[in-house]
Design a protein around this ligand. Structure first.
Ligand code: PEP
Ligand code: MG
Length: 904
């Protein structure tokens, strides 16, 4: 039962808030709004704040519950508190000798800048205006304040259109031949006040009340009303803020920044929000009121120049900023007014900052002893780390490009970063151009494994089809290469080597700029901003390493990627996709001849050549990962992916036959066509791939394992510490693994025996089929490690094709499907990006638990795309995995996320 004592107070003075409302920051913000809570906290911290009170958000809720009427005793309570303010300030509301003026402002739990209403200079009327002038010995100031008050009150409370005041001001300025309102002489201000009043009366039949108590009631009601004005509603909808929260109202004694040259107003951050540097950062105006800074009529001065103009005041501001930062333990964004040389704070809130500043500030605050290292780590959003590491376009340049109509369109932001280059529609040509030193953007309807050499050569990739986990997206992300996919308005004519996007025609050789972080495409070359791996970022990540429980590995297929992964802090390779090693111009024909071989002997010839190439790849990767484990996955994709496409071959063969070109080439192509037809499957993702391939063509696995062990032996001879972990993909039945592993262990032993050297190694499997999760205990009898291939596991658990789902229905599932006028949002997140804990996650938990019952030492990791995604990393930590593996560029993010998961 709620007792009277428990009832929340309707109105509290700033300095009573902690005793009467709560000393919990969250509760305070809920009841008094961000502004009211901030003012209460500033009072408590001993900062100079003009005295005031806050009417609670509960009063706003009651106002709406009673059809827009104020709770009956509210204004009486407010007027009692006003008496306290009067005593503190030594002036009285409506007093004809020493009048007190008030400001009335809104403030809800979540900041809604500029969305609700404010009234300043409340308490002025025809009598008090004269007293105000005498009190401050400044008649102009008094009449200017009165003019502002009538204008603001009439607009906000009486709802008179603002333009009407502007018309009258404009004619006054013209009449007195001045440019700015603050140059109007006193008689002009006096006559403006009269004409404002007349206009208000004529327009609405209403008058601004002379009685300050009545003024105050009208102002409080107007602020409550503004909670439901259309722009506030829209803002809340956009930011998912609850419409039932209501706003608080702060009523505060006015201080004046527009009294004289010893007065002023400004805003400042306690540290630079762009760089994080520890200095006061902001702007101020001498002899001005707050709204003048916002209105931009005069150009404000940099806060640093206050130091030379008034060192004492600057010192005060610096001290206060420091005090607030110490109190909040974070950067503050403050509003201040200087009244005849005395500094007052009107508002403080947590300062918004850039990614670079966020990292520097968190590390600096921890080094200064203000916050702990744990807290510093918690303060950085993992995605901010990624922003820091990627090149990006200069924001000013983007604005310019839009004005100059160089913005072409937008697709999916598949792989972040910025790239500039000349357009090429052919992977082959892209490779050639890049060899000649050109920067290329590869533009294709979509990409497939055959195009890999073109992707490697390109600076960025643009496709008209495909989603966030399409081939282009996955490969580009893995390489840290900017990529925009699914740009459906891009119409490509591969034959003509041109495309249209919006009203632009893009021809081969044209230069375009791609922003993979936003999906935007621009014409021409945009100016870039370089990424920075600052000292603070290094420090922060070292701290992360000291807290995290998860190991961090990288998915890397080349020695170059492996080296980069090490630089970014990876502790090994979690997935080396060996198929990528067969895709370049030199190796593909050998791979094809292996696939085409008519006999085992012919196949052997090709395999020997491939083995030598693979061996050197592996040796170089071991070298780059000296001392760390390297998980090498045996060949996974269906073989037809290494051959030309069926359509391409059919067309070429048909053309040659029609033209009577009966040569060697036709013979070769016909042979190829036959093999491609043999290998063709309706559903290759569920076909002859993964371990099934190795079971049917054991010599491929044999070649790869021989190459791995030969490389390992050679690396060891060179003094490199090697730890190969051989991973057998797509196992669904324990006997698949048993058969493959038994054979390959023999191969490994025979190489080591032949070479006379032992190597520390492991055999394990990928868990990417739901059945494998359910029989993980049986699989663990053979495997020494599991690595969750969450891309395939998601595909097979949901039954969504990872190549097609996005373009076909997934986006609709995410946006909401409309049936019979009702919107059904099927999925909250894309399961290919954020691990689905309920389904896929449950299967993973079963697998971990069953696997470890049989083999407590079983090492378990994730190497699907989810290994580089923050919330999935938290899940990996929660279910007790040993490591996550992500693309090298996401390793820093993974280090931080893993630490945050451990600190949760
Ligand atoms: C996976 O399926 O999650 C995986 C890592 O393998 P791939 O993406 O190569 O199929
Ligand atoms: Mg897979």
């Amino acid at each position: 039962m709620t007792t009277v004592k428990d009832a929340p107070p309707s109105v509290v003075l700033f300095d009573e808030a902690f005793d009467r409302v709560s000393n919990e920051r969250e509760k305070l913000r809920e009841m008094l709004g961000g502004k009211g809570a901030g003012l209460a906290e500033m009072c408590r911290a001993g900062v100079s704040v003009p005295p005031g009170m806050t009417i609670s958000t509960e009063m706003c809720r009651q106002y709406y519950a009673h059809n827009g009427t104020l709770p009956p005793t509210l204004m009486q309570e407010v007027m009692e508190k006003v008496k306290v303010l009067e005593e503190r300030v030594g002036r009285r509301l409506g007093d004809e000798a020493k009048p007190l003026l008030l400001s009335v402002r809104s403030g809800s739990k979540f900041s809604m800048p500029g969305m609700m209403d404010t009234i300043l200079n409340l308490g002025l009327n025809d009598k008090t205006v004269g007293a105000l002038g005498k009190l401050w010995n400044n008649e102009r100031f008094a009449w200017d304040s009165y003019r502002r008050f009538i204008q603001m009150y009439s607009a906000v409370v009486l709802e008179i259109p603002r333009e009407r005041f502007e018309h009258l001001l404009e004619s006054a300025r013209r009449k007195h031949q001045v440019e700015n309102d603050n140059e109007l002489p006193v008689p002009a201000l006096m006559s403006l006040v009269s004409s404002f009043k007349e206009m208000v009366k004529a327009t609405s039949g209403k008058v601004v009340p002379a009685d300050p108590a009545e003024q105050l009631k009208g102002a409080v009601e107007a602020v409550f009303r503004s909670w439901k004005n259309p722009r506030a509603i829209l803002y809340r909808n956009l930011h998912h803020i609850d419409h039932n929260l209501g706003t608080a109202v702060t009523v505060q004694a006015m201080v004046f920044g527009n009294l004289d040259e010893q007065s002023g107003t400004g805003v400042c951050f306690t540290r630079d929000p762009g760089t994080g540097e520890k200095l006061l950062f902001g702007e101020y105006l001498i002899n001005a009121q707050g709204e003048d800074v916002v209105a931009g009529i005069r150009t404000p001065e940099k806060i640093s120049s206050l130091k030379s103009e008034n060192a004492a005041l600057y010192g005060q501001l610096e001290k206060t900023a420091q005090l607030l930062e110490e109190f909040y333990k974070d950067v503050q964004d403050i509003e201040f007014t200087i009244e005849q040389g005395k500094l007052y704070l009107l508002q403080t809130r947590t300062g918004k900052r850039s990614a670079q500043a966020a990292v520097k500030i968190a590390v600096d605050l921890a080094n200064e002893g203000v916050i702990s290292r744990e807290e510093a780590l918690k303060r950085i959003a993992p995605e901010q780390i990624n922003q820091l590491l990627l090149p990006s376009f200069d924001p000013a340049e983007k604005e310019k490009a839009e004005k100059e109509s160089r913005y072409l369109g937008k697709g999916l932001n598949a792989s972040p970063g910025a790239a500039i280059g000349m357009v090429s529609f052919s992977p082959h040509e892209a490779e050639k151009l890049s060899e000649k030193g050109h920067k290329v953007i590869l533009v294709r309807p979509e990409t497939c494994p055959d195009d890999l050499h073109g992707i490697v050569a390109a600076k960025g990739v643009l496709t008209s089809r495909g989603g966030m986990t399409s081939h282009a997206a996955v490969v580009a992300r893995g390489m840290g290469k900017p990529c925009v996919t699914g740009c459906s308005s891009l119409l490509i004519d591969l034959e003509a080597e041109e495309a249209t996007l919006g009203t632009h025609v893009i021809r081969k050789g044209d230069v375009i700029s791609l922003d993979g972080s936003t999906g935007e495409i621009f014409w021409g070359a945009m100016a870039m901003k370089a990424p920075e791996f600052t000292g603070e970022l290094t420090t922060l990540l070292e701290w992360a390493d000291s807290f995290r429980a998860l190991g961090i590995r990288a998915n890397a297929d080349t020695p170059q990627d492996a080296r980069r992964a090490r630089e970014f802090g990876a502790e090994g390779i979690g997935l080396c996709r060996t198929e990528h090693m067969f895709m370049d111009q030199e190796r593909l024909p050998i791979m094809q001849s292996m696939i085409m071989a008519a006999s085992k002997e012919d196949r052997e010839v090709a395999l020997v050549q491939l083995r030598a190439m693979q061996k050197e790849d592996f040796r170089a990767i071991f070298e780059a990962m000296d001392g760390y484990p390297v998980t090498i996955r045996l060949l996974d994709p269906p073989l037809h992916e290494f051959l030309p496409s069926l359509e391409e071959l059919l067309e070429s063969v048909a053309t040659r036959r029609a033209k009577g070109l009966e040569g060697q080439r036709l013979f070769r192509e016909e042979k190829l066509l036959k093999r491609v037809r043999e290998l063709k499957e309706s559903n290759p993702m569920m076909g002859l791939r993964g371990c099934r391939l190795g079971l049917l063509f054991p010599e491929i696995n044999e070649m790869q394992v021989t190459a791995i062990f030969e490389a390992a032996v050679e690396a060891r001879r060179q003094g490199i510490e090697v730890k190969p972990e051989i991973m057998i993909p797509l196992v669904g039945h324990e006997r698949e693994l048993q058969a493959v592993q038994q054979h390959l262990e023999k191969v490994a032993l025979s190489v080591m025996e032949r070479e006379g050297m032992n190597v520390e190694y492991l055999f394990g499997t990928m868990i990417e089929v739901p059945r494998a999760c359910l029989v993980a205990d049986k699989i663990a009898e053979t495997a020494t490690f599991f690595s969750f291939g969450t891309n395939d596991l998601t595909q097979m658990t949901f039954g969504y094709s990872r190549d097609d789902a996005e373009g076909k229905f997934l986006q609709r599932y995410l946006d909401g499907v409309e049936i019979d006028g009702e919107k059904h949002k099927i999925l909250q997140d894309n399961p290919f990006e954020i691990l689905d804990r309920d389904g896929v996650g449950q299967l993973m938990q079963i697998a971990v638990q069953k696997g470890r019952v049989v083999k407590p030492s079983l090492k378990v990791g994730v190497c699907g795309e989810h290994g580089g995604e923050s919330s999935s990393i938290h899940f990996a930590h929660k279910i007790g995995l040993d490591y996550v593996s992500s693309s090298p560029f996401r390793v820093p993010l993974a280090r931080l996320s893993a630490a945050q998961a451990a600190l949760k």
